[in-house]
Ligand binder design. Sequence first.
Ligand SMILES: [Zn+2]
Length: 665
Amino acid sequence: MPRFYITTAIDYVNSRPHLGTAYEKIAADVIARYKRLAGFETRFVMGNDEHSQNVFKKARENGEDPLAYCDRMAREFLDVWARLDLSFDDFIRTTEPRHMAGVQELVRRMTAAGDIYEGHYEGWYCVSCEAFKQEKDLVDGLCPIHRTKPDWIREKNYFFRLSKYTQPLLDHFRAQPEFLVPDIRRNEILRLLESGLDDISVSRAGQAWGIPMPDDPGSVIYVWVDALINYATAVGFGTDQALFETWWPADLHVIGKDITRFHCVIWPAMLMSAGLPVPRQVFGHGWVHFRGEKMSKSLGTAIEPLEAAQKFGPDPLRLYLVKEIAFGSDGDFTWERFEERYNVDLANNLGNLVSRVATMAEKYREGRLAAAEAPGRLAELSASAVAEYRGHMDAFALEAGAAAAFRIVDAANEYIASTEPWALARDAAQAARLSQVLFDVAEALRVAAVLLLPIMPRSAAEILRRVGETTPPGQLTLDAANWRNDGTRVIIKGAAMWPRVDLTSSRSTSVDETAPAPAPSAEKPAPSAQSPAPSAQNPAPSASVSAPSASVPAPGADKISIDDFMKVDLRVAKVLTAEKVPNSRKLVKLSIDLGTEQRTLVAGIAEAYEPEQLVGRTIVMVFNLKPAKLMGIESNGMVLAARPDGRKPTLAGFDAEVRPGTRVR
Ligand SMILES: [Zn+2]
């Protein structure tokens, strides 16, 4: 059996996880569950990062022992993760003896390789980032991430000869183009490597909270170095050699895009120094924003994952995060959009199909379906969707995998509409045909449910039960997604899985009591892990390389980088309403739909378009432009149009239908 070892970032425990943190874990869980379904012996590890000075300070503020504080937070994290049905096999905490032993062993090996030396560090240190800052990283003397003044520290530190690994890392990146994905992240790191690496400090002096340097108890190992090693200690490095040899190197580290430098430069260099294989792949995912803003506890834009999971149960949330956000890109969460997708994908589409199959099976065939002739066209469509699903899931294009599964659901609903079983039932000569249509639709639903097992484990298991799949979900493999035109299926009728909700324009934060309570998972319960892990939001020092500040513009200085371009967020929008702005010849006021939200903006196109020509039209707009007041109206964005000299503007558009909210680049 092939093996697959997957990890997530381990979380800082100074605050509870928010939806952005949960997103990473859910995505990794979907991958882990998919790999199990695809026949891999899979090990999925999460954990908590506990040796942060912030944790130490927070515990002290609470008058708590730091370890007792970490224990308490670990219980909170594990409770959240269990309610999201995360199927991790192990949960590592960096205060565990197995981790501390492995960390010291790895540092010992780096020392033996001649890569650790003693020196002094003098410079800025942001405690919130837990990172050293260079002068050029600061903005007005402040940490650009935390807007706080970093500490100036001068202390004895141990340094790692990271510089020595510049060339080996470059060679590795060139030999293994898939080492870091998506490509945009890889390009950032390649540029960093090409500019050359400096040695880094790997210890802090005079601190009580942390893992001591092997031969100098007066120094503790820098928290990031400590944290990265969790991926190895969780599979026995330094404590269980047989386990380590079974699972190392990791196949995939799933991490946030802000910490790629740690995972793709420092971590592989540490492993190279210690004579260990480097992980096979690192995936740097994007952020889930709330209404287009980065989630932040202090700004009140952080969503509690449990609140979102309690609304309809964990599966609709899992589906939303996987299907609505291209894995690797940033995405957006709003309550309105969440409810809308729930109604579209689940209440009206999948849930409706589940009900129709059961109702028709009962009405026309007393709940027992059997094939009566060759399968109809659904079989072929399903086979192609399954093949697409596999290709996308193997490439971690989770959103496309989810979409492929839903193509089968769409097709089955359309098949019912076009074959009209109710009409067939009125004609005795069509009995075999009716049996086959009903069987085909139930079979399509079964296949879709197999594909949805990694994404919506509870609901897919329930659908499989209702369509008469007799193999327990935990024992199914992707082979079960092959079309079967045999056997008798006993179809079970049940309550509506996803009752439609009325869309709320202004929502209350209370949990909808009428939503079905999540049933206890039929699947493997989350392990009652003893320990928690590091966070996806560990603020990381900037991995970007600043350009040389030359006073003479270099050749090509008038060109911008792809990163500069990507700062401009262009989106597709649909015009909902349009009206002329009074007392203005040029301006028209538009309300537009961006898929996730509606906005008002003012555009200078009134000379070229009548308001009624604009309604329903698809436009391109600058999504992240600062609001501006025009004729007293606040405009939230700018419409793109060509403005030929002396002629009327012409709106930018597309030659195919594009969904509002789609990014343009
Ligand atoms: Zn900071």
